[in-house]
Design a protein around this ligand. Structure first.
Ligand code: SIN
Length: 326
């Protein structure tokens, strides 16, 4: 059997970034095109045949629904191409968790799909880009990777999209998983999974929607004025994710304003501004018409809520079941 064919969809980020000097702190993401990246990778002599497509070349703070649509379309095509074994998406680390989770919820689990980035630009001393990429090739080449949903490979670890989060602004070990830590360890020469795949042969959980409904995130802070709910929402708002304090808490006047919105048909999800910890459903959520985000952080809770709303969901109990799902 020949080497597996892996399609690389490039979107930019620090893995494609350059500083122009090994000692500069600042740099520009999205400077290296896919052909140049693959030329560097060819020198590594990996056991895979790689082909690439430039979908975007941006810092991931500039990711847009249009780029998500292009990625989704490209991966769906690759899933039905008999010669392609898996897909790698190169991506900035800042919003990789959101892109990964959106794709995780809207793709079948028939072939490995792996997001990879870097914390240091390509020309920095100790750049992690090529190592992370070589690790991603190893994961995307393993058919056993498919039944775990979309994966993120960073810092010699493999994370499931639902768990992964960026927890540090610097350093090459900037990603963690919650509530599960990494689900595998990877180096360019070895891949070890912690446990069996749990989503083998699963269809896409949600239809992909290029028009995601308006769902702002409301951060709670000490002394927040209750009229922030009104300031943040518009007549187009279909849902609100609260990045609450502690276990998704908020001052009572804010809760009352959100309860009123929920009564008017706007979906309200309680998440937490704390990085680790569950926000569980409480008895008063039932009375308020709220949903608890469980282990999802606010940006990921927002994506799940948008897909639920796009699919026509409106019952908080049915929505809660999706937030509870692994
Ligand atoms: C970005 O997210 O595009 C910039 C930061 C990074 O890739 O690490």
């Amino acid at each position: 059997m020949g080497n597996p064919h892996i399609l690389v969809l490039a979107t930019g980020g620090t893995i494609a970034g350059k500083a122009g000097s090994a000692t500069r702190h600042d740099y520009r993401p999205g400077q290296i095109g896919i052909d140049e990246l693959l030329a560097h990778v060819a020198e590594l002599d990996l056991s895979a045949e790689l082909s690439g497509r430039q979908v975007a070349n941006i810092g991931s703070e500039d990711i847009t629904p249009a780029i998500w649509s292009a990625l989704h379309e490209g991966i769906v095509e690759a899933m039905s191409a008999p010669d392609i074994a898996g897909v790698i998406v190169t991506h900035g680390t800042d919003t990789a968790e959101e892109t990964a989770f959106l794709l995780d919820l809207t793709l079948p689990t028939t072939k490995p799909v792996v997001l990879v980035g870097a914390m240091r630009p390509a020309d920095a001393v100790g750049s992690d880009g090529l190592r992370n990429f070589a690790n991603a090739v190893r994961v995307a080449s393993d058919p056993d990777a498919a039944g775990r949903g979309v994966l993120v490979v960073m810092g010699d670890r493999v994370f499931a999209a639902r768990d992964v989060r960026k927890v540090n602004t610097r350093g090459t070990d900037a990603f963690r998983g919650y509530p599960r830590e990494s689900i595998g360890l990877v180096t360019p020469s070895a891949l070890d999974w912690f446990g069996a795949p749990w989503r083998v042969g699963e269809a896409a959980r949600f239809a992909y929607s290029p028009d995601l409904p308006e769902v702002p995130i409301l951060p709670i802070w000490a002394g927040i004025e209750p009229d922030y709910v009104a300031r943040l929402t518009s007549p187009q708002t279909r849902g609100v994710v609260v990045a609450g304090v502690g276990e998704g808490n908020m001052p009572d006047p804010v809760r009352q304003a959100l309860k009123q919105l929920a009564a008017e048909g706007v979906a309200v999800v309680r998440a937490s501004r704390i990085d680790q910890g569950l926000v569980d459903r409480e008895p008063e959520d039932e009375a308020n018409g709220f949903v608890a985000a469980r282990a999802l952080n606010p940006p990921k809770a927002r994506i799940l809520l948008q897909l639920l709303l796009a699919a026509g969901a409106s019952d908080p109990a049915a929505m809660q079941a999706e937030f509870d799902r692994r």
